[in-house]
Design a protein around this ligand. Structure first.
Ligand code: SIN
Length: 311
């Protein structure tokens, strides 16, 4: 598809470039329907689903501050079957991304076998980067474990599958994880999940602002934009061209969306600011992005995608 704002991942056409970050405005059918019915949203992404429904971590587990957020939600979700049924039966032609998470490798394999056997032929995203499940590591920081999971998964999974990654901070780590990812027919990487295990303290109460894990939680919001852009750029420079990129992190303004695309993002997702401002943000960012493109003389996102220049 070649439109002003469009993308294609694994043969799936997106009529737009903006999506929600999994976790925000996507836990219930009602929230997903609102995203589905909003023309400014290219695709809803479901809340990362585990085999069984979960209440998530004790509250307060989310806190917003200026230009940022910290969360330790702990994967609250209505269970895999709820989301599978939703993506199998929704009546809109818009693509939808099914996000799944798991508490073990065997659960991951079980869930993806169910997707493989289902009527859902859209894009699935495997979240290997949640920092908030108590007692569980962020799998994608373990390159050998990630390789092992993808090796097993791609022995039977034949539908489009992407992976949600944590942020990396060391150039050799980008090289190492990219080497693993390039071995597999991934549809995309979604980069980045929140910056894991930050700590924000309330000086009045002299306690952390969130309760789980002693106050440790994932950082999101505009403050993490440079980390997100660096990850998108680093992966675009290292991954096979067939592996597309969903840029997530730090988006507050149309300029931030533009920067993500310039660094290599095919789609751009909105998390903290969607939670703060509601779904009207999609229309605002779309319009703002079109204005930037008009001012620069670009008629399509293809005119500047991945085209970051040298200083
Ligand atoms: C959560 O539910 O804890 C957030 C999801 C994630 O970071 O993957």
């Amino acid at each position: 598809m070649t439109g002003k704002l469009s993308a294609n991942i694994a043969g799936v056409d997106f009529n737009g470039v903006l999506i929600n970050a999994s976790g925000v405005h996507c836990q219930t059918e009602k929230e997903l329907d609102e995203l589905l019915n909003d023309d400014a949203v290219a695709a809803p992404v479901t809340k990362s689903a585990t085999l069984n429904s979960r209440d998530g971590n004790p509250k307060p587990s989310y806190f917003e501050f200026e230009n940022g957020s910290i969360n330790s939600m702990g994967l609250p979700n209505n269970g895999f079957e709820y989301y599978l049924k939703y993506v199998e039966t929704h009546k809109n032609n818009k693509p939808i991304i099914l996000s799944i998470a798991s508490l073990s490798k065997s659960e991951c394999v079980k869930l993806l076998k169910k997707v493989q056997d289902s009527n859902f032929n859209g894009i699935t995203e495997l979240n290997l980067s949640c920092p908030n499940v108590i007692g569980k590591p962020q799998v994608a920081y373990d390159f050998a474990a990630t390789d092992e999971i993808l090796n097993e998964v791609f022995s039977f999974f034949k539908k489009p599958l992407g992976i949600k990654l944590p942020p990396y901070f060391d150039l050799t780590h980008f090289d190492q994880i990219a080497q693993v990812l390039n071995k597999y027919p991934l549809s995309h990487v979604n980069s980045v999940n929140s910056i894991g295990n930050g700590l924000l303290v309330d000086i009045d109460t002299e306690a952390p602002v969130i309760k789980p894990k002693g106050g440790f939680g994932g950082l999101g919001g505009h403050n993490i934009l440079p980390t997100a852009l660096a990850n998108v750029r680093a992966f675009r420079l290292r991954l096979n061209d067939s592996i597309k990129i969903i840029g997530t992190g730090g988006v507050k303004t149309p300029e931030d969306v533009f920067a993500h695309i310039l660094c290599g993002a095919d789609l751009v997702s909105i998390g903290t600011e969607l939670n703060k401002r509601g779904i009207g943000i999609f229309r605002e960012l779309n319009n703002g992005l079109l204005d930037i493109m008009k001012n620069k003389g670009y008629s399509s996102v293809e005119d500047f995608r991945s085209a970051l220049k040298e200083s």
